[in-house]
Design a protein around this ligand. Structure first.
Ligand code: GLN
Length: 197
């Protein structure tokens, strides 16, 4: 029985809960996904997802709810954590375009530009190449950040848009510019969940 907590302070939380539920079913693994809002819930969690939304708000509410520091510690200790879009920003070590009050978990050795696509194009869909699947995956980008630099050799690319890296992993930590929870395709969630098994 595996338990996946989706940080539920702001953003597209239910979409991730549904995607995890679907992915577990496809994998034939017993488990559940739930909204993670209080730090007491961290006692019974095998993996965490930080959803898309607005990273300043997520940062503020994670600090307010006392989730920020315990989640950072769990990530450091090896708990699988996946961040998508704003969640990727939350996980990054360096962030261009951050607001003053924003804090980052600094679990992923990458530099991101927080509103990179935003200025040019608000949102778009495009086929991506995945490191772990032969078939393309539909990437949904919404005011997405861009991974502009990998800061250590521990970071491995796992998704590409053309030549550009749009998804990475560093051991137990996974960060994506796009929103795998918004397409009817659970391959990315399944890949993440295999880190728990
Ligand atoms: N760029 C946004 C931010 O700073 C993230 C957008 C998203 O998650 N869809 O939080």
């Amino acid at each position: 029985m595996i338990r996946v907590g989706v940080i539920g302070v702001q953003g597209d939380v239910q979409e991730h809960v549904d995607a995890v539920t679907q992915a577990l079913k496809r994998m034939g693994v017993e488990g559940e996904a739930f909204w993670l809002r209080r730090k007491e819930q961290l006692e019974k969690v095998d993996a965490i997802i930080i959803p898309g939304g607005e990273s300043t708000t997520i940062s503020r509410l994670m600090l307010k709810n006392g989730l920020f520091e315990p989640v950072r510690k769990l990530g450091e200790e090896g708990l699988p954590i996946m961040g998508t879009c704003a969640g990727l920003i939350m996980l990054s070590k360096e962030v261009e375009g951050a607001t003053k009050e924003q804090r980052f978990l600094e679990l992923l050795d990458v530099r991101v530009n927080r509103n990179a696509y935003g200025r040019q194009v608000d949102s778009f869909e495009a086929p991506l190449r995945l490191a772990f699947s032969d078939e393309p995956f539909t990437g949904v980008f919404i005011r997405a950040p861009q991974i502009i630099k990998l800061l250590s050799e521990k970071v491995k690319p796992i998704a590409w848009l053309g030549e550009r890296i749009v998804g990475v992993e560093q051991g137990n930590i996974m960060g994506l510019e796009f929103h795998p929870e918004l397409v009817d395709d659970t391959r990315v969630h399944e890949y993440f969940l295999r880190k728990v098994l």
